[in-house]
Design a protein around this ligand. Structure first.
Ligand SMILES: *Cc1c(COP(=O)(O)O)cnc(C)c1O
Length: 238
């Protein structure tokens, strides 16, 4: 990808964000763009950073370990957005500013402990990933288990539970994804009421459906293809 296409792609995405926010009576500044850089090299991350992207999402700890050196010095916020195995939790707690895919208490406890052991000041931001579509075998906590998990995670002292994340089914027609986004927002609103937690973040929406997600209250959208271009064959399994 060339510098020009990074700028051009970002400009188009920002335009779409502004329009979607406008339709919902929201401000575009309320929405954070996370550039999903999985499978793309460090050089592509640098170009996107130079174009103005400040948040990046990777979905594998190991891939990120291999790319980090090439992004040294960039003052960006690094998010882990993919499913995290608990044996990689300690590494993730040191390498990322935010783990957006927590779906189990054991994993959260490991992140909490690793953060304390590494002596990092400041909490690790986490989001709980919710399985909003039952028919798909995907990661994420079941809706029924969410309140207990949220309460337990919110009590871990080295973690800051900021909100919820979901990956709805991949449907061609983005309009059909709307009910899942609405559901995540409803679950968040319930938790805020029931537990009295502040959960400002809703991470939902990808390249083909982020406008609908914004209309339904997304505060973070995770955009890969529309920013970085198509991923290679390697990405198909991720
Ligand atoms: C790959 C990925 C994205 C980005 O998908 P695009 O369709 O390329 O925008 C967003 N979220 C997660 C969790 C991903 O794994």
């Amino acid at each position: 990808m060339t510098q020009t296409s990074a700028r051009e792609n970002l400009r188009r995405i920002q335009e779409r964000i502004v329009l979607a926010a406008g339709r919902a009576g929201r401000k575009a500044e309320e929405i954070t763009l996370i550039g999903v850089s999985k499978t793309h090299p460090a050089g592509a991350i640098r170009e996107a950073f130079e174009a103005g992207v400040r948040h990046f999402g990777e979905n594998r700890v190991q891939e990120w370990e291999g790319k980090r050196a090439g992004t040294e010095g960039l003052a960006a916020t690094w998010h882990l957005i993919g499913h995290l195995q608990s044996n990689k939790a300690a590494r993730a707690a040191r390498l990322f500013h935010s783990v957006d895919s927590v779906d189990d208490l054991g994993l959260a406890q490991r992140l909490d402990r690793a953060r304390a052991e590494a002596g990092i000041t400041g909490k690790l931001r986490v989001l709980i990933e919710v399985r909003v579509a039952r028919e798909e075998t995907k990661s994420g906590v079941e809706v029924g288990g969410l309140p207990v998990l949220a309460e337990e995670v919110s009590e871990l002292t080295k973690l800051e539970l900021a909100g919820l994340m979901c990956i709805p089914p991949l449907l061609e027609n983005a309009e059909r994804v709307r009910p899942y986004f609405r559901r995540l927002r409803g679950l968040r609103d319930d938790l805020v009421k029931r537990l009295g937690l502040a959960l400002p973040v809703l991470s939902m929406g990808m390249s083909h459906d982020f406008e609908v997600a914004i209309e339904e209250g997304a505060t973070e959208v995770r955009v890969g293809t529309a920013l970085f271009g198509q991923r290679g064959i390697q990405a198909a399994s991720q």
